[in-house]
Design a protein around this ligand. Sequence first.
Ligand SMILES: *[C@@H]1O[C@H](CO)[C@@H](O)[C@H](O)[C@H]1NC(C)=O
Ligand SMILES: *[C@@H]1O[C@H](CO)[C@@H](O)[C@H](O)[C@H]1NC(C)=O
Ligand SMILES: *[C@@H]1O[C@H](CO)[C@@H](O)[C@H](O)[C@H]1NC(C)=O
Ligand SMILES: *[C@@H]1O[C@H](CO)[C@@H](O)[C@H](O)[C@H]1NC(C)=O
Ligand SMILES: *[C@@H]1O[C@H](CO)[C@@H](O)[C@H](O)[C@H]1NC(C)=O
Ligand SMILES: *[C@@H]1O[C@H](CO)[C@@H](O)[C@H](O)[C@H]1NC(C)=O
Ligand SMILES: *[C@@H]1O[C@H](CO)[C@@H](O)[C@H](O)[C@H]1NC(C)=O
Ligand SMILES: *[C@@H]1O[C@H](CO)[C@@H](O)[C@H](O)[C@H]1NC(C)=O
Ligand SMILES: [Cu+2]
Length: 584
Amino acid sequence: MAISLSNFLFAICPLLSLISAGTVTHDFEVSWIYANPDGSQNRPVMGINGQWPIPTITATKGDRIIVNLKNSLGNESTSLHFHGLYMNGSTHMDGPIGVTQCEIPPGSSFTYNFTVNLIDQPGTYWYHSHQRGQYPDGLRAPLIVHDTDSPHKNLYDEEIVLSFSDWYHDLMNPLLAQFLSIANPSGAEPVPDSSLLNETRDLSVKVEPGKTYLVRMVNMGAFAAQYVWFEDHTMQIVEVDGIYTEPTDADMIYMTVAQRYSVLITTKNTSDANFAFVGSMDQDLFDTVPEGLNPNVTGWLVYNDANEKPAPKELQAFDPFDDYTLVPQDKEEIYDHVDQQITLDMKMDNLDDGENYAFFNDITYVAPKVPTLYTALSTGANATNPVIYGANTNQFILAENQVVEIVLNNDDPGKHPFHLHGHAFQVVYRSEEEAGFYDPNNHTAFPSTPMRRDTILVRPNGNIVLRFRSDNPGIWLFHCHIEWHVASGLIATIIESPLSLQSQLDGRIPANHLQACADAGTPTAGNAAGNTKDVFDLSGENTSPGTLPAGFEAKGIVALVFSCIAAFLGMAVISWYGLSEIKK
Ligand SMILES: *[C@@H]1O[C@H](CO)[C@@H](O)[C@H](O)[C@H]1NC(C)=O
Ligand SMILES: *[C@@H]1O[C@H](CO)[C@@H](O)[C@H](O)[C@H]1NC(C)=O
Ligand SMILES: *[C@@H]1O[C@H](CO)[C@@H](O)[C@H](O)[C@H]1NC(C)=O
Ligand SMILES: *[C@@H]1O[C@H](CO)[C@@H](O)[C@H](O)[C@H]1NC(C)=O
Ligand SMILES: *[C@@H]1O[C@H](CO)[C@@H](O)[C@H](O)[C@H]1NC(C)=O
Ligand SMILES: *[C@@H]1O[C@H](CO)[C@@H](O)[C@H](O)[C@H]1NC(C)=O
Ligand SMILES: *[C@@H]1O[C@H](CO)[C@@H](O)[C@H](O)[C@H]1NC(C)=O
Ligand SMILES: *[C@@H]1O[C@H](CO)[C@@H](O)[C@H](O)[C@H]1NC(C)=O
Ligand SMILES: [Cu+2]
């Protein structure tokens, strides 16, 4: 029987679409350059190919992305994480150092090579360094995945990309040294000096009357969530963190660091006036607000260059849209049966070096000697035993294709934005602040089609309940996205289907990845301590400082610090006060 050409094309159609998927290749050389984005302080920033801001990566669903990265910083190691991309089958391209790769030391190169999921990865993402505390020095930019099948494609004329971020005048290294210090026992985070829009201030966005724009927004900051609003224009939310939503109106959104929103904005029919839009940092996050801090960054929808750009009107209160009420456009139903539960009780406290750390279940994260992925790949059947991953990695082994529930109890008065690599999760519950620990027998009804995203805020002393399916073998971090809290250890390691991971990747780690390890002197086999002979012997592994005697609190450490100074000055009275605090 003769087969018609169209039937034939139809039959090989899936193949055709694979063939037509493109490849986006970037050669990125990272080096220090100088920039002064807020006009108040010229400082070194991490540029790419001699430029900063660094380039946006743009791709289409199904494309392969290749980034050939050369580290020419000279004095710091680096890496790149592609935030929000699932990395199916390519967890070794995910970026976090000590987890899925070795650090890339100065002078070394490393190739990221992965495909963007054909089916379910359109939308607004970003990429950034996943070396400890590094991206706020400038190594961060949007990553946009276009979608010819977008359900909203007929609803807009043009697309606008906007990044929001806090900004520090000092570099992260000295700030981290101040933050993680016996002189800062309460763990007060450095407060940003200003706030940027598209890595600058006073941004003009040209618009035309009578059009609808898809405005993609990313918070690439280190710390501060942003309230965002456009004066006299309504936002219609259509995507959060790569998940299409039912179009939903909002006058103001609250965007934590690492979150993204796409909104439709329809412009006025006349060009009579220009309109301000504002990002305002959530100052609740700051322990003390320095005098003179301007938490706001203003941009303008510019209809006509000849007209003035009005100062924004002052708001009396912030009343942002509640993202928990969003409904995904695909109406994926709640996973109502949980197979595996992970409970994370988080708190901040001091260890016996006097510094302030962050904990899940009383353990603060310390990176292992061997990146966790390489432990999983080199330990055979023992890879399913959590012990081999070390005492300080907060590791959880997931079986394949389970519905996993993460219950996070925030035993801290701060707000924290949590991010899971490798998945988007259903947010089945988010408590109000001060609700305490999650009580499975006492909560409001779960939504039937919960919002999904990859970064979610937990409220002060509140809790969240997240669910996802373990259908993506890999090593995935779950962590607070405030860079200060990444540094103080608010990280858990999800080890998903390690045996399937072995069949996916064993022997397939590219030579340039292993070369970076060799250059850095990082071992690539064995347990968390690098022991390949007896994987249950963890002697020599990296661990945190010890715990303080019970009752020894931040106040006591302050007293101790002052008592030392006092003793040095011979002021015996204050010295006695300090000691009495410790005995208490
Ligand atoms: C690395 O070099 C930059 C640019 O010269 C400098 O500002 C920074 O302090 C250096 N960092 C370290 C850790 O030495
Ligand atoms: C990227 O990965 C694909 C699939 O493994 C491979 O065919 C290709 O050669 C790789 N490209 C580079 C530049 O490493
Ligand atoms: C803002 O930055 C993004 C990428 O970083 C760029 O695509 C966009 O054109 C910029 N917008 C304006 C108005 O300059
Ligand atoms: C602009 O004009 C169109 C067509 O007349 C109308 O439907 C729309 O409501 C107007 N938009 C605004 C913001 O006034
Ligand atoms: C920032 O914006 C808020 C909200 O409009 C306003 O209350 C505050 O006064 C502004 N701060 C500065 C320094 O402009
Ligand atoms: C890729 O992983 C994501 C996240 O787990 C999952 O939702 C999706 O089904 C996977 N896609 C494929 C094609 O395997
Ligand atoms: C249930 O939760 C509410 C709100 O958090 C709280 O006020 C109430 O006391 C709780 N009831 C029980 C029986 O624990
Ligand atoms: C597991 O580790 C132990 C101790 O290193 C070793 O004796 C055993 O052979 C390992 N099992 C497998 C299946 O690799
Ligand atoms: Cu945090």
